[in-house]
Design a binder for this molecule. Structure first.
Ligand code: IPE
Ligand code: IPE
Ligand code: MG
Length: 247
């Protein structure tokens, strides 16, 4: 029992050291559907349901920043039918959030170039950000049309513009300058990044911000991901020794 147990059910999650900022690469929807002989769209539907449950759970246990990777800059290369299905589920969620989040504490934020989405979706994103902007609970970052490289290119352009106009001198540019031009400006770097579905790669997620993030790979596919899986990752995280280059 207690903190030395290896059974996640024995451990009180509220008593362990939680990551202040948790990132999750929501992966495995397609394989989940394939295993069941279902179309990939069924996997995305099931994944959307997991997303709702896990984001609520993170808010309940006191995670302060949660970043969920929902759609990458590379995901546009999927067949049109699949992209259209994803847009349909994004729209459904954004409409639901607009209805239900008014009385909530969660603050929604979007990381990525939202202007690439159909207008009805980007407008819902802006409305959700505005509606929840004064909320003081968990910040829920949804990485949509997000790519770590695209984010850095955007930052470099903005910094160059300021250098050309004389607002900043090239000599003064430091790591904080770059962090301040990313979508996550003002937020702490992710402490823990979880990738379900067993893939060992970042797929362009939070490249700059994840320099010292702990990684946790879980073999379970995202639609099957439960709070028990998350608890297991959180417990392992709480026991890791982060050195940040020190001893
Ligand atoms: C994650 O599941 C959802 C998105 C990337 C939008 P996938 O659709 O990548 O599922 P797999 O990796 O093909 O199983
Ligand atoms: C990463 O998953 C992007 C999201 C989960 C949104 P992918 O399924 O697109 O990544 P790869 O193609 O396996 O690297
Ligand atoms: Mg995938």
């Amino acid at each position: 029992m207690g903190i030395f147990s290896n059974n996640p059910n024995d451990i009180d999650i509220s008593k362990i050291k939680l990551p202040e900022h948790l990132g999750i690469i929501m992966d495995g929807n397609g394989r989940w559907a394939k295993k069941r002989g279902l179309p990939r769209s069924a996997g995305h539907k099931a994944g959307a349901s997991t997303f709702r449950k896990i984001s609520r759970y993170c808010s309940d246990i006191g995670i302060k920043y949660l970043t969920l990777y929902a759609f990458s800059t590379e995901n546009w290369s999927r067949p049109k039918e699949e992209v259209d299905t994803l847009m349909k589920y994004f729209k459904e969620y954004l409409e639901e959030a607009l209805r239900d989040f008014a009385d909530d504490t969660i603050r929604l934020k979007f990381l990525g170039d939202i202007s690439a989405f159909p207008n009805e979706i980007s407008e819902l994103m802006v409305k959700n950000e505005e509606l929840s902007s004064a909320h003081e609970g968990m910040i829920l970052n949804l990485a949509m049309n997000y790519g770590g490289r695209a984010e850095l290119v955007r930052a470099v352009k903005k910094i160059c513009q300021k250098a050309v106009s004389g607002e900043i001198s090239p000599e003064s540019i430091d790591e904080k300058t770059i962090s301040d031009f990313l979508y996550t400006k003002g937020q702490p770097d992710p402490d823990l990044i979880i990738r379900p579905s067993g893939e060992h790669r970042t797929s362009n997620f939070l490249l700059w911000q994840s320099a010292y993030a702990e990684y946790y790979i879980d073999d379970v596919l995202w639609p099957d991901y439960t709070k028990e899986h998350l608890n297991r990752a959180l417990i392992e995280y709480s026991r890791r020794n982060r050195r940040f280059g020190g001893v």
